[in-house]
Design a protein around this ligand. Structure first.
Ligand SMILES: *Cc1c(COP(=O)(O)O)cnc(C)c1O
Length: 450
């Protein structure tokens, strides 16, 4: 891919002190005074390439086979991890997930231009692949250059561990995952099990697992793969770039995203920042971060204009991947929301379950986190903040098939505390034509009125 040339570079930098810098192959997660680090790029070098040229460059690589640029993440390698040797990239050609017009669902709720970015249509079924390809590639490069890294580890509400296990297995690097016992779906648990990770199910919640993984990182030299490690954010930030590319470089009015540990909302903003800094776009979308009411520390802070923030003890939610009371990326997320005229909204268990079911009836197949995002969006539409003609993109974070337990219980009407307004359980009948015909005709008439 010879047509874009430059001396591109990136490094870790403290979010509080721009002079505190580290190379990306150093094992470090926080600054001296305990702030998160972020990956910074030499924007001056990137700016030497005209905006139009970047656009054509990205479009040309898209979905092609030349290693590793066919990946949605690595097609933007210069903006992500310019210093990685392509032979150290560990990729499943993630990204390039479909962005589609949800016209029927949109019409039902009063939106003409609603789009869903289906980030779950990817190797391990969630957007976590975007970040993990970057992190595991960096680890592979460090190991190949003689760094002593015995294993990579993460605490997870399910999807992070699935992605880590898959990418580590693809690279032949040992992976360790810490899951809260009984709090992840069967599909999420079986992925790291099948990929050969060392899987610990601990009697605690996500925040408890997070404490353990930080200890093994600190005391035993295990490489930390949680989103506190800002290499993941570099991969995840491509979602914002990709959405705008898929909108033919026209910026939508709103992007709605569910948030738990809040790495992804920060990443979304970081990707769009680069588009603005490098002149590919001029307008900013507004960002809406959606939280489950049971795990809403950001929402509570937003209610008080972000002037105070307190971690909470997250209560159980069907949106298990965002059941987080003490989000690691809180500061980055608040900063992002302030810069993108952001709104934080929340959804109750009933709201998220009913919105999922209703939207599924129009052909979607939503995970509960996407349900949280859709429910939040519907509230903003009802309040008149999002207008009928606005272009809205909702980031669907995982594939619905990873969360079938919740859907099964919804349609069986066994979800605790939820009525199930639109259940559609299978109809059990003897295998007799007359019985089937009578019931079939009755169903067609009651459902479709014809
Ligand atoms: C991880 C995850 C989220 C939350 O992302 P954060 O970066 O933790 O805010 C939302 N949905 C799904 C499906 C996830 O796996």
């Amino acid at each position: 891919m010879g047509d874009v040339k430059g001396d591109f570079s990136a490094w870790f930098q403290s979010v509080a002190d721009t002079d505190e810098r580290y190379p990306l192959d150093e094992v470090i997660y926080k600054s001296k005074d305990g702030h998160l680090l972020e990956v910074c790029h030499d924007l001056e070098a990137l700016k030497k390439v005209p905006a139009e040229k970047w656009k054509r460059h990205f479009e040309k690589r898209s979905r092609r086979t030349e290693w590793p640029y066919g990946s949605g993440v690595w097609g933007k390698k210069e903006w992500v991890l310019p210093g990685i040797d392509p032979k150290n990239v560990v990729s499943m050609y993630e990204g390039h997930t479909n962005l589609f017009w949800a016209d029927r669902y949109g019409a039902q709720i009063g939106l003409d231009d609603l789009w869903i970015k289906q980030c779950g249509n990817t190797h391990t079924g969630s957007f976590k692949d975007l970040g993990m390809t970057v992190l595991v590639s960096m680890v592979k490069q460090m190991i190949s250059r003689g760094k002593d890294i015995p294993a990579v580890a993460c605490a997870s509400t399910g999807d992070t561990s699935a992605a880590l296990a898959a990418y580590a297995a693809a690279a032949g690097i040992p992976a360790i995952v810490f899951l809260p016992r009984g709090k992840v779906s069967v599909a999420q648990l079986i992925q790291p099990v099948a990929n050969g990770a060392i899987v610990f199910a601990l009697d605690t919640d996500f925040d408890g697992c997070m404490e353990i993984v930080q200890q093994v990182a600190e005391k035993d030299g295990i490489y930390l793969a949680n989103s506190m490690n800002s290499l993941r954010i570099e991969g995840q930030k491509t979602v914002g770039i990709e959405i705008i590319e898929q909108c033919d470089w026209k910026v939508p009015d709103w992007i709605v995203i569910p948030g738990g540990n809040l790495g992804n909302v920060s990443a979304l903003a970081k990707g769009i920042d680069m588009l603005i800094d490098l002149g590919l776009i001029t307008k900013k979308p507004r960002i809406v971060c959606a939280q489950a009411e049971s795990a809403n520390p950001l929402y509570l802070s937003y209610q008080r204009d972000f002037e105070v923030y307190e971690p909470i003890a997250a209560r159980p939610t069907l949106a298990s991947a965002i059941q987080i009371g003490n989000p690691v990326s809180i500061d980055k997320a608040i900063d992002a929301l302030k810069r993108y005229d952001g709104i934080v909204e929340q959804a109750s268990e009933t709201e998220l379950a009913e919105v999922c079911a209703r939207a599924d009836r129009t052909g979607l197949f939503n995970c509960p986190h996407t349900g949280v995002a859709l429910a939040a969006m519907e509230k903003l539409v009802k309040r008149g903040q999002i207008k009928r003609g606005d272009k809205v993109v909702v980031i669907s974070t995982a594939h619905g098939l990873k969360f079938v337990d919740m859907k099964v219980r919804y349609h069986e009407m066994t979800l605790e505390g939820i009525v199930s307004e639109n259940p559609n359980p299978p109809i059990e009948l003897p295998a007799r034509y007359e019985a089937v015909r009578d019931e079939m005709l009755r169903q067609i008439e009651t459902r479709f009125g014809c």
